[in-house]
Design a protein around this ligand. Structure first.
Ligand code: XMP
Length: 480
């Protein structure tokens, strides 16, 4: 009955409608553990960067993985470009490099020099039939002035090597003892099977909580369309997770297409976006996934709600989806996506049942987001755009984010966000704010937050009181 629809209307709580109530605490913010899991992947920091072409390319993915989160490379590009970005993240760091670039003793020093320059590497193992014969480094080529010299004339022949079972700690000790920056890894017959570099060993030490795979490489996810199985297959050998990038996942065609991908591509899947209990129930009963992207129309650049009148605000959606996840006893991760501007919205998401948050706006405008800063009115900005904005859609790879009738309608905007400097600093502040919220609630970890947090409604008038009010804010006080 039409009237019943209104009389029994659900309440679509948004982040701004509620506050978290303080609880008795025994935890200091510094003691809070924010780690979470998505399938087999452990994240020290429960943050994913959005697959948007003004948020996540390789630079952002590297930065966020080093901070213990996970980057999702956008798909508004050719398959080749997306695969290249994923591979670049995988190459950024690894304990043992497997695809080592080598030269042979008979090669000219000039050739070795140009390989080092082109590939931006500082040393090359020298091999014959796969067996290690020496190593040539930038220092060796730097002092080789005679252009007729061969690699064997200048290479170091007595190379210190290690076997494939070496641990990072032992590799570091050997490098320090002999003051060397490259450590070739050889098997019992002397075949080169890998290379360890000082840079990678030190990165490992300076980022102990980075999100790494079993080979020490940074982990990375990539966005796909459920209708693009070729893209999913091309990414399969390199990527740690695939993330469907669809505005409304609760659609029979989309679910069927995802089932096919799931059957043919052996990479864990996050699917979404969804916004209701029923959508979660359907996914949990029909698909094998490790995570759900949850929230429809709360994104800072979204016009979906405005244009269509349809929305499942992220806080509401997270609470509904989390109920379905609990009912089906599944440990599928709930990822709050859209409208998480800062730690306050993230804390409320965890309180409502999320396991991680996905950030667009909060990471746009950083040094690592794609695009150069612009100066407008003396201030620095970066462009941030929705994947349904006219300019993002003009590249056409993202048109299938939206259902067929709405393919002709823009569902996002393009705008400027203030330039914010390093993503690392932004994430550090975000995490500090989040830990403070956990401290107020008395939650030592995400599990605790879900169990203990209590929420209360605030009126639109009251919202003003819990933000700075009446005083005109000043960045810096004048000297008195
Ligand atoms: P925030 O608020 O973090 O939101 O900037 C990022 C999320 O918004 C979604 N997204 C869109 N939603 N139209 C939409 O309705 C769009 O053009 C659009 N682009 C991105 C997406 O879920 C992203 O993670």
């Amino acid at each position: 009955m039409p009237w019943d629809k209104l009389a029994n209307a659900d309440i679509a709580f948004t982040f701004g409608d509620v506050i978290l109530l303080p609880g008795k605490t025994e935890v200091e913010p510094a003691e809070v553990d924010l780690s979470t899991s998505i399938g087999e992947i452990r994240l020290h920091t429960p943050i994913l960067s959005s697959p948007m072409d003004t948020v996540t390319e390789e630079e952002m993915a590297v930065a966020i993985a080093r901070m213990g989160g996970l980057g999702v490379i956008h798909r508004n590009c050719t398959v080749g470009e997306q695969v290249r970005m994923v591979k670049a993240v995988k190459r950024a760091e690894s304990f043992i490099i497997r695809d080592v670039v080598t030269v042979s003793p008979a090669d000219s020093v000039e050739k070795a020099k140009s390989i080092m320059k082109d590939m931006k590497i500082s040393g090359l193992p020298v091999v014959v039939d796969g067996k290690l014969k020496g190593i040539i480094t930038r220092r060796d080529v730097y002092f080789a002035e005679d252009s007729g010299l061969k690699v064997e004339d200048v290479m170091t022949k007595d190379v210190i090597t290690v076997n494939p079972d070496i641990t990072p700690q032992d590799a570091r000790k050997i490098m320090s003892k002999y003051k060397i920056e490259k450590l070739p890894v050889v098997d019992e017959e002397g075949h080169l099977v890998g290379l360890i570099t000082a840079k990678d060993v030190f990165y490992r030490e300076s980022h102990p909580f980075a999100t790494r795979d079993s080979e020490g490489r940074l982990r990375v996810a990539a966005a796909i369309s459920p209708f693009d199985i070729d893209r999913a297959k091309a990414l399969e050998p390199y990527v740690d997770l695939l993330v469907t990038d669809v505005a409304h996942f609760h659609n029979e065609n989309v679910i069927s297409a995802t089932r096919r991908i799931s059957a043919e591509v052996d990479v864990p899947l996050i699917v979404g976006n969804i916004g209701t209990y029923e959508a979660a129930e359907e996914v949990l009963t029909r698909l094998d996934v490790v995570g759900l992207r949850v929230g429809i129309a709360s994104g800072s650049i979204c016009t979906t709600g405005e244009v269509t009148g349809v929305a499942a605000p992220t806080l509401y959606a997270v609470a509904k989806v989390s109920e379905a996840v609990a009912k089906y006893g599944s440990n599928v991760a709930v990822i709050a996506d859209g409208g998480v501007r800062g730690p306050a919205e993230a804390a409320k998401s965890f309180a409502a049942g999320a396991d991680a948050v996905m950030l667009g706006f909060a990471l746009a405008g950083t040094k690592e987001s794609p695009g150069s800063p612009l100066i407008v009115g003396g201030k620095m900005y970066k462009v941030y755009r929705g994947m349904g904005s006219p300019s993002a859609r003009s590249r056409r790879f993202v048109l299938d984010r939206y259902s067929r009738p709405s393919k002709d309608i823009a569902e996002g905007i393009e705008g400027l966000v203030p330039y914010r400097g390093d993503a690392t600093t932004v994430i550090d502040k975000f995490v500090a704010g989040l830990k403070a919220a956990f401290g107020y609630v008395g939650a030592a970890n995400i599990h605790d937050m879900k169990a203990k947090a209590r929420m209360a409604l605030v009126s639109p008038i009251g919202t003003r009181e819990i933000a700075p009010h009446d005083v005109k804010p000043m960045d810096r006080l004048p000297h008195i």
